[in-house]
Design a protein around this ligand. Structure first.
Ligand code: FAD
Length: 527
């Protein structure tokens, strides 16, 4: 018999989150507020959903336990936009979905990937309307250009214009401000410092609302006549959930999400207690090379034993995962020599990806320019103690705290491969084999950080959360990282900014489903 997905109907495994909290005595629930929809979580997906629902004429109360939204992101993935068309950028959608499934171990529900893809063309004009067109539009073209891990040119940057009414510099902070403005303009409530505890159901099993405590310390019942939307982010802060669903994330040196109390899987737990089923493990961690220096590029990488451990010719997610998996201490170094900037410039057309390309060089197809700030960026990492410049390999090994004999052997072997013009050890593109031979020698430290964990509640294509029998739980919806179905095993960096992209695509779906009003063909007005 087929195993059911992980849910409270599965055999208990004794994890602490499986036990629902005690019910709050009715006399402590001081007030009931009713709206069409209750959105729990006012991060990027919750605010986008609340905005879209308000634009569709619904009354929405949005709750968040923190006093401000994170707004971490800058990149917004879209598969098609007027800007892309203007710049001649085209993504083959079928190829994109095939590659997505490949990276994700075939775990995603294909419907959910296509839901993102097919709703994506509506997003750009919608965001332009929300932002009153008061932004500069850019496309990230610093994508990784190597084989297999190639990234698509569909990540959008929306940047504050001088004199704009908005204060946010761009990306997440700017969008949060714009969404909050829309919510207020529609006369809807956004309640921060208001923590949701658990969901309530009626006698027919329909989710009716949630109990939450506000900043005044008062517990209230928030009922949504059309639905309750979980937009509570991911499980990155809950070590027990990571152990169960995404153990590889535990190899990270630091967590990058904020506010620091935000991502503890609260929505996952609330849904679980209400009967929801989850994605199968392992969930996909989003890992970046951020704890130390942030420049690694195509140069030789060595671990804390001074040994080469990977093909450096890949995107940042792969590097961060591989670094996290190294023997303790699990940091690494990118090692290069006096020729590095010239070598970089000569290979500029072959390079790309986060960690390889300074952001200023990564937009709108700009051409190589040695004065792009890369030299200063590397110097900055050295100045802050996350990199070293030395006249000898011996001195460098000492600074790096790696065994000199190992580092020497690794560099000798690497130089041998460079002379050979072939890398039978790890399979790097021959064009990227550059020697480490000319003093001064430079090493920039690398490490693995955790941004998010992509995995959550199973839903249907209406974003209605499913139980272990794949039946929708009436009244309960998910969006953002609490929503499952689209990721598995590893994070597909192939279109940077796909968390924001998915959240905005799915907010169009929620708007349509919960209002019953179909969308305009492309959202907003053609720009
Ligand atoms: C440093 C960094 C950079 C990133 N850059 C990008 C990027 O460029 N592009 C991109 O697409 N993605 C990026 N991401 C990922 C992206 O920020 C997240 O995937 C995204 O914020 C997820 O949106 P969300 O709405 O699901 O969760 P969040 O934005 O985390 O919001 C969840 C909200 O729910 C609230 N909440 C949780 N529990 C409760 C509760 N019990 N009651 C009430 N409220 C609750 C939290 O306080 C939080 O505000 C980045 C992440 C980091 C950390």
């Amino acid at each position: 018999m087929k195993n059911k997905p992980y849910s409270c109907q599965s055999p208990k495994e004794g994890w602490s989150w499986e036990t629902p909290p005690d019910k709050i005595p009715e006399e402590q629930v001081k007030e009931t507020l009713t709206s069409d929809v209750i959105v729990i979580g006012a991060g990027i997906s919750g605010l986008a959903a609340s905005t879209r629902l308000a634009q569709k004429g619904l009354k929405v109360i949005t709750l968040d336990k923190c006093d401000a939204a994170g707004g971490h992101g800058w990149q917004i993935a879209m598969l098609d936009s007027p800007l892309m068309r203007k710049m001649g950028k085209k993504i083959d959608k079928s190829e994109f979905v095939r590659r997505w499934l490949d990276v994700s171990g075939n775990q995603p529900n294909e419907d959910m990937v296509w839901l993102f893809v097919n709703n994506s063309p509506k997003v750009f004009n919608w965001l332009m309307d929300v932002l009153d067109e008061d932004v500069e539009q850019q496309i990230y073209t610093g994508c990784f250009k190597g084989p297999i891990f190639g990234e698509y040119e569909g990540s959008h940057h929306l940047v504050r214009k001088e004199g704009s009414r908005f204060k946010g510099r761009g990306g997440g902070p700017l969008l949060i401000e714009a969404f909050e403005r829309q919510i207020a303009l529609h006369g809807n409530q956004l309640l921060r410092n208001t923590k949701a505890h658990y969901l309530e159901k009626d006698e027919n099993g329909r989710v009716t609302g949630v109990l939450a405590t506000g900043e005044d310390g008062i517990c209230r019942r928030y009922n949504g006549t059309r639905g309750v939307v979980l937009a509570t982010g991911d499980i990155g802060g809950d070590l027990e959930m990571l152990e169960k669903f995404c153990p590889i994330a535990l190899t990270r040196e630091i967590d990058l999400f904020w506010p620091k109390t935000s991502n503890y899987g609260d929505g996952h737990k609330m849904a679980y207690w209400a009967g929801a089923a989850f994605d199968d493990a392992p969930w996909a961690p989003v890992m970046h090379n951020h704890p130390y220096g942030r420049f690694d590029s195509f140069y030789l990488h060595v671990n804390s034993r001074g040994e080469r451990f990977m093909n450096e010719d890949t995107w940042m997610q792969a590097k961060s995962v591989r670094i996290g998996m190294q023997p303790e201490p699990s940091w690494a170094f990118a090692v290069f020599d006096a020729k590095w900037l010239d070598e970089f410039g000569e290979r500029f057309h072959l390079l790309g990806g986060q960690g390889a390309m300074p952001l200023g060089m990564a937009i709108n197809d700009v051409e190589w320019n040695p004065d792009c700030g890369l030299k200063e960026e590397v110097q900055h990492y050295i100045d802050e103690g996350n990199g070293y410049v030395c006249e000898t390999i011996e001195e460098l090994a000492e600074k790096m705290e790696v065994p000199y004999e190992n580092l020497k052997k690794t560099i000798d072997r690497y130089n041998e491969l460079c002379a050979l013009g072939d890398d039978p050890d790890f399979g790097k593109r021959p064009e990227l084999l550059t020697t480490v031979e000319k003093a001064p020698f430079i090493a920039i430290k690398m490490g693995a950080s955790l941004l998010d964990v992509m995995g959550g509640c199973l839903t249907n294509a209406d974003l209605n959360i499913l139980d272990a029998d794949y039946q929708p739980i009436p009244g309960l919806y998910a969006i953002g990282n609490c929503c499952g179905g689209m990721y598995g095993v590893d994070y597909p960096l192939l279109l940077n900014g796909n968390s924001y992209g998915r959240a905005f695509s799915y907010s169009q779906v929620l708007g349509r489903v919960l209002s019953g009003i179909p969308d305009e063909e492309e959202g907003g007005t053609e720009k």
